[in-house]
Design a protein around this ligand. Sequence first.
Ligand code: DGY
Length: 433
Amino acid sequence: LQDLRATALEVLRGNDLGDVTRPSPTLYPHQWLWDSCFIAIGLRHVDPARAAAEVLSLLRGQWPNGMIPHVIFAEVDDFYHAGPQRWRCDRYVVTASGAQSTGITQPPMIAEAAVRVGEMLDPKARIDFYRALLPGLIRFHEFLHTERDPDDEGLVTLVHSWESGMDNTPPWMEATLPITPRRVKVLRRLGTAEALDALRRDAKEVPAEERLTSADLFTLYRVVRELRRSCYSFRNIRETEVPLVQDVAFNAILVRANDHLVEIAAEAGVKLPKRLTRSMRRCREAMEQLWSQSTYFSRDFRTGELLRHETVGGFLPLYAGVVPEERIDGLVKAMTSPRYWPRYGVASVPADDPAFLPRCYWQGPVWVNINWLLADGLERYGRLEAARELRANVLNLISSSGQMFEYYSPLDGTGAGSNSFSWTAALLLDLLA
Ligand code: DGY
């Protein structure tokens, strides 16, 4: 385990860009929102001040409307397939630091990271850190609850699957398909996947079958184009065909983040706006609308229909702490059954799903961050044995490959996707602590 720890530290050092950490040296050369949060959760064990800086650095990208973007572009020349020229956000807004960014957000893990980092700081440093973070963090949560919940339904709506963080998760891809560009439809019909592959450059580092398909990727680019044409304003976006999803995992993470925000504000002696605390309560209550029979689902904002494709996202209400006690054992049973947990931790899609691909991104693999969130939820519900076992499995998964992969096959534990992946390294440090 000492070797593993050393490998993790090396990965984080190698991905350190000074004040921020990139997710991986090749595929992801900039700063990603939820990546930086998980990274800070690990870094706090090594260098709490640097971990606090990682969290605070996210405010550099904040938009005037409060949004914190999913990617803040670093001043590097490395190739990235969805770089500033795809978004052209500088035409519409200037971010807090003038840095270039994407025009969408990502799961709001900031408050969780802040509390975890805060635990490692002495009281004075913690209060200073919280006070520096709070104005921006409050504005971010306000943005989510207002701009993204314009009809006051309690749930926050996402405008791109990249906002969910689970890019090609089946319910999102199904919701996004209707917007597939004609060119891609034709190529898809002709079966010329190779033609599409030739047009992309991101699948060169890792085998193409471990990434989303080119057809799916082009569909996601198409959504970006629509967002750009809508000037990234929800009022305009809702008039387009862009998929609008009240994502279960995102909202679950937000509910937990809201609880942490209350804690942070109380400790810093800052009063939260009344309207925000009302939205927080409504969001928690509205999670119930995503429950159906035996799991939670995301919901289509326009039709109000649940997107009934089961994924690991359906378990994240455990992390949110919104699941009534009488449902817990059923959810835990489903999550620990061989469908989801064949051996190496909870898969992103159950193994008996026709869409299941054990090494393909969010269509099957085990992700360390999601398992970390699930273990945290299990623990707070007093399911200590399940939480312990899940953490031990994840540790075992990483140590059997000896490397920090982006994700792992739930069937044989082999690593896939990008190697030298920061949040795997960071969360390993946290699991070992
Ligand atoms: C990518 O680069 O494909 C990312 O997943 C988008 O966040």
